[in-house]
Design a protein around this ligand. Sequence first.
Ligand SMILES: Nc1ncnc2c1ncn2[C@@H]1O[C@H](COP(=O)(O)OP(=O)(O)O)[C@@H](O)[C@H]1O
Ligand SMILES: [Mg+2]
Length: 255
Amino acid sequence: MSASLVVSDLERRFASSRGDVLALQGMNFSVSQNEFVCLVGPSGCGKSTLLRLIAGLLQPTHGQVRFLDWPSEPLCAMVFQVPGLFPWLSVADNVAFGLETQGVCQAQRRRQAKDMLGRMGLADFAGHYPRELSGGMLQRAAIARALVTGPDVLLMDEPFRALDAQTRLLMQEDMLRLCSERPQTVLFVTHDIEEAILLGDRVLVMSSRPGRILAEVSVPLGRPRDLTGRSHPEIEELRWQIWRMLEPAARLSQA
Ligand SMILES: Nc1ncnc2c1ncn2[C@@H]1O[C@H](COP(=O)(O)OP(=O)(O)O)[C@@H](O)[C@H]1O
Ligand SMILES: [Mg+2]
């Protein structure tokens, strides 16, 4: 049997001074090893909470997250909307940082960080400091920092949201290239329906809070793929299908 991540009947409730907030409830889905799954849903529906539950940064109030049939204890890495690099470390040292906690020796850390920066097109910026990089470069460094640890599951929380439209296209191309070079299990949260379809093998559509899965949509694009996938007529139809599911919640949030 192949490895998978299985989320069953997941619930997370938060206590707050204004009463309990039920962020997620009755959430069920699974992700297979090397599958790229995108998650779209209204703002506040529990997407970030879900990723934190999967990463083990939060505990569920009910239900469970299970990693089935992985050869060893699976490692998760996260990429956030804000790159969050340490300003006092060079780009290479930022990327190497996660390896230090894994007990990798310094020479090996340097080598792996350099290789990973090369894969992300940042070889010439290894010695630069975060303040010297553009928004897109910072986010590429953040992805390098996540990937260098060799995570079994990469959790990405709206990683391109803060970038301008053109940089976002370049980042989407980078993600497609990275995953065709080396398959990777990815759970990618985005508010952009087109991005979800373009990157994902499957798109999970979430309800408004308490978040649960409203629908799972398979993307009929093969791999390797590139950005031209977006002009495929079937993709246009999928875009509308997903938008029709999200529209009521989007309208309510404007009311
Ligand atoms: N630590 C927390 N304490 C209280 N409420 C929280 C906490 N984290 C998230 N929430 C609430 O849970 C709901 C889902 O939040 P979040 O997962 O950030 O949504 P999304 O990422 O989909 O926008 C929101 O109503 C949010 O206010
Ligand atoms: Mg969020």
